[in-house]
Write a protein that binds this ligand. Structure first.
Ligand SMILES: C[S@@+](CC[C@H](N)C(=O)[O-])C[C@H]1O[C@@H](n2cnc3c(N)ncnc32)[C@H](O)[C@@H]1O
Length: 313
């Protein structure tokens, strides 16, 4: 964080974190001491690991705060917490600390191979791009034991080692109130979203950690398609995270015995299939990536698979 001043004495930046900064605005977590403590603890526990790999991870406090907010919201409803793509638990560990998770009658399900992205799940573009880079330079060691240490204070944290979505079929909670997806590639992200959607409590959110990140466009377009199939839009945050809210009630339920939210609350949890009205951009992306289109967009997408920006996640 920088706290410089302009010549007029106005604050120059009130916050600079990983990939974005703000000025002339207040920082929402500055006065949240519980968060400040949780984040400081996370940084002290993971600094050595990330300092020479991806140091910008140590500046993702705003992302962590968004997760803490979603976790805090989740406490208002029943359901377990889930993160797919855990690594050392920078985000989920901060959430667990922030909420004093050990004292809660819930389980934090933490899914990861703990040794990188399964290469067979990568598209050729992802393999040639940032996902391939991560496996080569970032996820170079098995971090399962380090992750176990990070969560040792939380007996109700459950690390599930293996490949998503395979592990989901083996063990998963029935009711989910917090879902953070952070696996760097499209296939398991969409598979996990599809798996957990019916189990996600209405009114809660899916957080998509990589949504707006450069070089993650395949994941972004795939998840936009997932949302479009449910007649929803992904909301991208300046942190780079995406947010999908599972509505308490959808217009498409009319006629299926759920004419009002109140009726829905009393009714079943399963929504009928919705008409697809939102446009899908996946096809457009494929066309652009294949070089069938020219111009600014095409060159932007063209960079996804390689070149500039590959060194940081
Ligand atoms: C960006 S890291 C997660 C960071 C983590 N959320 C944090 O806050 O520190 C991505 C993780 O996803 C895991 N991963 C990627 N694809 C996976 C899959 N199909 N199954 C399980 N883990 C996967 C990798 O092993 C890696 O640890």
């Amino acid at each position: 964080m920088l706290n410089g001043q302009t010549a007029a004495g106005l604050p120059r930046f009130s916050y600079v974190g990983a990939r974005f900064g703000i000025w002339g605005l207040n920082v929402p977590f500055d006065s949240d001491e519980r968060f400040t403590r949780a984040w400081a603890r996370t940084v002290s526990e993971v600094r050595d690991h990330f300092a020479h790999r991806t140091p910008e991870v140590l500046e993702t406090d705003w992302k962590a705060y968004v997760c803490c907010w979603a976790g805090r919201q989740a406490l208002q409803v029943e359901g377990d917490f889930v993160e797919c793509g855990v690594n050392l638990g920078v985000l989920s560990g901060t959430v667990a600390d922030y909420l004093d998770f050990a004292s809660l009658p819930r389980t934090f399900w933490l899914y990861d191979t703990f040794k990188g992205i399964p290469p067979e799940q990568m598209s050729p573009t992802e393999a040639a791009g940032l996902a391939g880079w991560h496996n080569k330079h970032n996820y170079t060691t098995d971090v399962y034991d380090l992750a176990l240490q990070r969560f040792a204070r939380f007996p109700n944290a459950r690390l599930v080692r293996g490949r998503v979505p395979d592990t989901l079929a083996e063990q998963a909670p029935e009711t989910v109130a917090f879902l953070n997806l952070d696996m760097n590639i499209a296939y398991p992200t969409v598979a996990a979203a599809e798996f957990f959607w019916p189990r996600l409590v209405r009114g809660t959110v899916i957080l998509l950690d990589d949504d707006l990140s450069a070089n993650h466009e395949q994941e972004m377009f795939a998840i936009q398609e997932f949302a479009a199939e449910r007649d929803l839009l992904v909301f991208g945050l300046p942190t780079g995270q995406g947010l999908i809210i599972k509505p308490r009630w959808q217009r498409s339920m009319v006629g299926a015995g759920h004419e009002t939210p109140q009726q829905h609350d009393k009714g079943c949890e399963t929504a009928p299939p919705v008409a697809r009205t939102a446009p899908t951009r996946l096809a457009l992306h494929d066309a652009l990536a294949a070089g069938r289109s020219a111009g600014r967009c095409a060159s932007r997408v063209g960079r996804c698979g390689g070149g500039r920006g590959l060194r940081r996640s």
